[in-house]
Design a protein around this ligand. Sequence first.
Ligand SMILES: Nc1ncnc2c1ncn2[C@@H]1O[C@H](COP(=O)(O)OP(=O)(O)OP(=O)(O)O)[C@@H](O)[C@H]1O
Ligand SMILES: [Mg+2]
Length: 290
Amino acid sequence: MLVDQKTLNILQKIELSDSYDVEKFVILDKPQENWGNIGGLSEEIQEMREVIELPLKSPELFEKVGIKPPKGILLHGPPGTGKTLLAKAAANSTNATFIEIVGSELVQKFIGEGAKLVKEIFELAKQKAPTIIFIDEIDAVASVRMENGTSGEREVNRTFMQLLAELDGFKPLDTVKVIAATNRIDILDNAIIRPGRLDRLIEVGLPDEEGRVEIFKLHSKEMNLKGVQPKELAKLMENFSGAEIRAACTEAGYFAIRNGRSFVTQDDFEQAIEKVRIDEEDTEYKKAFG
Ligand SMILES: Nc1ncnc2c1ncn2[C@@H]1O[C@H](COP(=O)(O)OP(=O)(O)OP(=O)(O)O)[C@@H](O)[C@H]1O
Ligand SMILES: [Mg+2]
């Protein structure tokens, strides 16, 4: 098994005397990630900068030209491709408060509180502006609704309606921006991406060979390498996500340790890549056939 890629650090608790819920649910953070930590994705970074960074930093440009920037962005694509990284880097580069919420937690963890929480999160965002609200797994609250029969579904609906109301409630040049992410754009309710809401869609796909070289270099930067050829490795890592490339680096380090070496070789990486690929196929298989 590889080390779990997802870590959630609560860096600071929000002190809000009469809103107990917000404190409990959100992750309030000043992210350390910056644009330079992201490999490949240069077009996506460019777009994020124009849509998030520029309006927060220089709203007067938009006023002068007379256009309204999007209020928010929807990042979509396969797991481990850098969506969360992009959102954090945007917050870092603008020095904005970063409020992170996870859609599935909104609807599962504190049943009955979802809508209220959404309202309080946007209030908090305005207080702490400039703020980027990051909603991960947005599909959990904003998927095409089913029968709307069970109380659970009604609850998700209420949360979703509140989210739409909040998105409609602020102005494009307000200092709050919303970035949402999903792996399941196929099941998303179109209401969320209507003009004036999260109407800028950015696809974050698997990296191409050049992107894989960049990502590999970032994650092996501090490793003690010997005779390693990034270009060759990038070829072997076809279809790997950024998260898998990082995992391969860690695994390669383990191969070196097991062999009593303090440096990591091309061969270590080749074995590591194989291992990550097999582990990945294993989980895919289990997902499909149990
Ligand atoms: N483009 C990239 N450049 C550098 N590192 C990357 C890149 N993509 C992914 N990674 C590595 O993989 C980890 C996971 O990436 P991230 O959390 O951004 O993926 P994600 O797209 O949000 O995935 P998910 O859909 O599962 O939430 C990152 O912390 C980073 O170490
Ligand atoms: Mg993510």
